[in-house]
Design a protein around this ligand. Structure first.
Ligand code: 5GP
Ligand code: ZN
Length: 141
């Protein structure tokens, strides 16, 4: 537990939340400032800022829970679909530095966009640049 972390305090019950799921590794609750009805957060019980810092079994548990809860959230609020996403790192919009996944119910006509609307300008890459990027990612693992 990280003492100054809001999400650790939620897990510990020191800050109230509307819990929707809990097991040994994972905790899920309603976002207090929902982007849509049913907006749910899924977090690991152990504190980690970024997804890469989580041990692999807990990372798996978070993603398993996202997959399990997404249809339940969708059904509960009678949504037409969901976006599942993570803001991983400050540059990506992460505000609470305890890694978490969002389940955001979507409704036809809600005016929202796809994950492709996260950035405003797309880069134009040559074939060589695509190759370089792919090689760099293979190298970085
Ligand atoms: P981020 O931008 O870090 O991916 O998203 C953090 C999310 O946590 C935001 O959607 C915000 O509304 C939510 N949040 C922040 N503080 C609290 C809180 O105290 N309780 C709950 N339930 N959600 C919170
Ligand atoms: Zn924490």
């Amino acid at each position: 537990m990280s003492d100054d972390c809001i999400f650790c305090q939620i897990i510990a019950g020191e800050i109230p939340s509307r819990t929707v799921y809990e097991d040994d590794d994972v905790f899920a609750f309603l976002d207090v400032n929902p982007m849509s009805r049913g907006h749910t957060l899924v977090i690991p019980k152990d504190h980690a800022q970024r997804i890469e810092e989580l041990p692999e079994d807990q990372r798996a548990a978070v993603f398993t829970t996202l997959g399990k809860l997404a249809p339940a959230v969708e059904a509960a609020v009678d949504a037409d679909g969901v976006n599942i996403g993570m803001n991983d790192g400050e540059a990506a919009g992460q505000e609470v530095m305890h890694t978490h996944g969002h389940i955001i119910p979507r409704f036809e006509g809600d005016g929202g966009g796809a994950v492709h609307s996260i950035v405003q300008t797309y880069p134009e890459l040559s074939d060589e640049e695509f190759d370089e990027v792919a090689a760099a990612i293979r190298e970085a693992q």
